[in-house]
Ligand binder design. Structure first.
Ligand SMILES: NC(=O)c1ccc[n+]([C@@H]2O[C@H](COP(=O)([O-])OP(=O)(O)OC[C@H]3O[C@@H](n4cnc5c(N)ncnc54)[C@H](OP(=O)(O)O)[C@@H]3O)[C@@H](O)[C@H]2O)c1
Ligand SMILES: *[C@@H]1O[C@H](CO)[C@@H](O)[C@H](O)[C@H]1NC(C)=O
Length: 336
């Protein structure tokens, strides 16, 4: 066999292997590689002080449970202190932590004047902050033409400015120590956009732009990692809590969530990203993951597809179903 033929066969084999990896993936291929060959959260994240916002529900709550098994010190923040206390109790029941290892710290991300005091409280309690997980946030289910401007302001104040503000309080401390991780739960909607969530998509695009810019300003601090986590649909209360046409009116029900990724799987992949200092990860089942990849290589085709899906989402929404429910249900698989 000539060496050209051998080379050709190897290239083909590589392509087939990559394709198979992609079809089985529920995250981008770098993340899948890190899960297989990378550092384990169980080795890397112990003894750290981790501050999680939005820890009273959904992804943040599950993150608290999985982190509490790794032996970290935890700071749990959100607005509802009773829910945070519930999460703390469950962490203590199932994890390896003692009461003094968990600080419940009520925080409203939109009240930026309280962020400095909150940061001081964490430093006073634990002496350092190794990881800030910017997770708190709300989504949107409403058409732009029907939605008040106040909803757009609220989404920017909460998802974008609230996160920027807290980061501004914590970063000087990390710069002083020349180390730390700022992990932000963004979304695939920080990369692509869909109907019924234009304000949410804008806030998540803004966050991604901000953190990518910040990262490039921190070149002199290789010990500080800026990480954007972009999940697709994940089981949580996000739809229930989503803003609608008016600020004071949220969706109020979850709809069918069975087609979404299990919260525990999403959080496990987040921990793997943190342990391996990945700068941006996509955590999602197909076809959302496929769309994210397509969007990078074939933007015009992807926007054509998105507008088809967008129409369907709006029809679902109007008939009272979760926006994505009907067309992706048959593709549901593995991991939950
Ligand atoms: N689930 C998904 O499909 C999905 C996909 C991509 C990205 N994400 C992102 O994941 C993050 C977590 O959402 P989730 O899915 O876990 O939804 P969730 O179950 O609704 O949890 C949202 C959390 O944010 C907190 N929060 C809301 N408003 C806040 C405020 N003003 N100040 C402080 N905390 C506030 C809530 O706590 P309080 O109400 O107690 O304040 C709650 O703990 C969000 O950033 C979301 O955009 C979710
Ligand atoms: C914002 O936080 C400050 C400082 O903690 C507090 O005094 C004030 O009452 C809060 N404002 C609102 C609107 O909750």
């Amino acid at each position: 066999m000539s060496w050209e033929l051998l080379l050709g066969l190897c290239a083909l084999l590589l392509l087939v292997v990559q394709l198979l990896r992609f079809l089985r993936a529920d995250g981008d291929l770098t993340l899948m590689w890190a899960e297989w060959q990378g550092r384990r959260p169980e080795w890397e994240l112990t003894d750290m002080v981790v501050w999680v916002t939005g820890a009273s529900s959904g992804i943040g709550e599950e993150l608290a449970y999985q982190l509490s098994k790794l032996g970290v010190s935890l700071v749990l923040s959100a607005r509802r202190v009773d829910e945070l206390e519930r999460v703390k109790r469950k962490c203590l029941e199932n994890g390896n932590l003692k009461g003094k290892d968990i600080l419940v710290l009520p925080l409203d991300l939109t009240n930026t004047s309280s962020h400095e005091v909150a940061t001081k409280a964490v430093l006073q309690e634990f002496g350092k902050i190794d990881i800030l997980v910017n997770n708190g946030g709300r989504s949107q289910r409403s058409l732009f033409v029907d939605t008040s401007l106040d909803v757009y302001k609220e989404l920017i104040d909460l998802n974008y400015l609230g996160t920027v503000s807290l980061t501004k309080c914590v970063l000087p401390h990390m710069i002083e120590r020349k180390q730390g991780k700022i992990v932000t739960v963004n979304s695939l909607m920080g990369i692509l956009s869909v109907s019924l969530a234009s304000g949410y998509c804008a806030s998540k695009h803004a966050l991604r732009g901000f953190f990518n810019g910040l990262r490039s300003e921190l070149g002199a601090y290789p010990g500080i990692t800026i990480s954007n986590i972009c999940p697709g649909p994940v089981q949580s209360n996000i739809v229930k809590n989503a803003l609608t046409e008016e600020v004071m009116k949220s969706v109020g029900n979850d709809g069918d969530q069975s087609y979404k990724m299990a919260t525990s799987r999403c959080v496990r992949l987040m921990l793997i990203s943190m342990a391996n200092d990945l700068k941006e990860v996509w955590i999602s089942d197909h076809p959302f993951l496929l769309l994210a990849y397509l969007g990078q290589y074939m933007p015009t085709l992807t926007w054509w597809l998105s507008s088809k899906l967008g129409k369907r989402r709006i029809e679902n929404f109007r008939s009272g179903m979760d926006a994505d429910f009907s067309y992706f249900k048959p593709l549901k698989k593995k991991h939950d």
